[in-house]
Design a protein around this ligand. Structure first.
Ligand SMILES: Cc1cc2nc3c(=O)[nH]c(=O)nc-3n(C[C@H](O)[C@H](O)[C@H](O)COP(=O)(O)OP(=O)(O)OC[C@H]3O[C@@H](n4cnc5c(N)ncnc54)[C@H](O)[C@@H]3O)c2cc1C
Length: 434
């Protein structure tokens, strides 16, 4: 086994993903160990692939409720009609045929942790899958909305697919002087820059379509812009001045989808043309059967992504809470889910071989945020395992500490970044699903 190669790869996890076919590690002479992965998004697809690439004869079953994964990454450009839906639709064919992963379409209903099995509802009936290790990467679910929210009338489009198409059609129906209202959920939520990016590209769309007097009203539950503040202040106040209105500290008090009306602590709107309500978020339902932190996500050991009560149940991606100095520092992003998946795969292989997890690990994430259909901003953050600190600067334990943060200054928001965004996304898609 090329341990050095895998370790170097994990240390490089912070940079752009790359394909790496390494020789298998686990070579059991008895029945192969079984790993079940729930959720075939950026976290789940990647952990399944790398368990097979690095782990040799591990029997990997990847379960997803859908026959294909629809990526949230780039989905705001589907809303504005820049990209076709097919561009963000990712299949599981390569995972099946290239890596020998058993892909099962079905919904995980419940976990029997003492019995090491998970029950899956499939079109052919319930199946109980035994496992040695279970990895959960179910993404997010939504906290209950105050009032009468019906996502079929007022979409979130924060899980891509039918919701993306619905929001796209509603945006296309806007005319002069119409109002597009959107909310920004309380952090932590999936993709910190994502809501601001959406506001920018929707404003750009309305301008390009000549919708005179049409506006985008952003109601942010947070005290201010939570990611890339310089870039988005520039986007809201200069690039899209007069089109975007931004209100911080706008906690949602009630939503009424029938009338597309919303009441918040900062501003209330009645009868918007489009109400894009993005609710507060928490771990996907199947992971919510694990102990949760106060924000509704699953605390994990950053060396294995195992949970405190069940070290052989691992939670990665948006659903997990990674210990850090600032609990919101590790972003809930597809790139981060991909990096966590590789650390989790490596740790599972080590544990199956009776070894201890590697402590020399790093994760990272990049995000590109289109501001118009020609220019993009970007953000990158890298993390390494080590001491983490409390508010008084005292060591509070071990976790992932941020070693650098890069944000595009306003003069770096340009066409080159817009083109880099597609290269970066295709690379991530291929590393997770190809
Ligand atoms: C508008 C927008 C833009 C974004 N842009 C970026 C970006 O530029 N860069 C970036 O890195 N990230 C971006 N993200 C964030 C990124 O999409 C998520 O962080 C990422 O998808 C998280 O991966 P995951 O594996 O945790 O969840 P997901 O990728 O959502 O995958 C979860 C999967 O689990 C399945 N599932 C859930 N529950 C069950 C169950 N019980 N049984 C079976 N299957 C189940 C779902 O069907 C789904 O396929 C963006 C998000 C949004 C909304």
């Amino acid at each position: 086994m090329n341990t050095l190669g895998r370790r170097q790869f994990l240390k490089l996890a912070a940079v752009l993903p790359a394909l790496a076919a390494l020789p298998g590690l686990a070579r059991a002479t008895t029945a192969p160990p079984r790993v079940v992965v729930v959720g075939a998004g950026f976290g789940g697809a990647t952990v399944a692939k790398y368990l097979r690439l690095w782990g040799g004869n591990i029997d990997v079953t990847l379960v997803d409720a859908n026959a294909r994964h629809t990526s949230c990454i780039l989905s705001n450009l589907v809303v504005t009609g820049e990209l076709a839906m097919s561009r963000i639709s990712l299949g599981f064919h390569a995972l099946r045929t290239r890596y020998g992963i058993n892909v099962l379409q079905g919904r995980a209903l419940s976990i029997d942790a003492p019995g090491n099995s998970v029950t899956i509802r499939t079109p052919g009936g319930n199946q109980v899958l035994p496992y040695d290790h279970l990895v959960l990467s179910p993404g997010i679910d939504f906290s209950p909305a105050p009032g009468n929210w019906n996502p079929s009338l007022t979409p979130h489009a924060w899980q891509a697919g039918a919701q993306t198409t619905l929001l796209k059609n509603q945006l296309a129906s806007m005319r002069n002087n119409d109002v597009f209202v959107m909310t920004v959920p309380k952090a932590p939520y999936r993709c910190p820059p994502g809501p601001y990016e959406r506001a920018a590209v929707v404003a750009d769309y309305l301008k390009r379509k000549g919708r005179t007097g049409a506006r985008v009203i952003v109601l942010d539950a947070n005290a201010g812009i939570t990611a890339e503040p310089e870039a988005f202040e520039h986007a809201f106040n200069i690039t899209h001045a007069g089109v975007i209105e931004y209100y911080p500290n706008a906690s949602v008090e009630s939503v009424d989808s029938a009338t597309r009306s919303i009441v918040t602590s900062a501003k209330s709107i009645s009868r918007a043309k489009v109400l894009n309500y993005i609710p507060d978020q928490r771990a996907g339902a199947i992971a919510a059967s694990m102990p949760l932190d106060s924000a509704g996500f699953v605390p994990v050991d950053p060396l294995t992504y195992g949970t405190a009560d069940h070290p052989n149940i691992h939670v990665i991606g948006d659903a997990c809470a990674v210990p850090a100095t600032d609990s919101k520092a590790v972003p809930k992003s597809g790139h981060m889910a991909n990096a966590e998946a590789k650390i989790c795969a490596d740790a599972i292989i080590r544990l199956l071989n009776g070894e201890t997890p590697d402590e020399d690990i790093a994760t990272g994430s990049a995000c590109y945020s289109p501001i118009t259909n020609k220019i993009s901003s970007w953000l990158s953050a890298n993390f390494a395992y080590g001491d983490i600190f409390d508010a008084n600067g005292q060591v509070k334990g071990k976790g992932m500490h941020r070693v650098d943060l890069g944000e595009a200054a306003s003069d770096m928001i340009d066409g080159d970044s817009y083109q880099d965004m597609f290269k970066w996304a295709e690379s991530l898609f291929a590393d997770s699903f190809g």
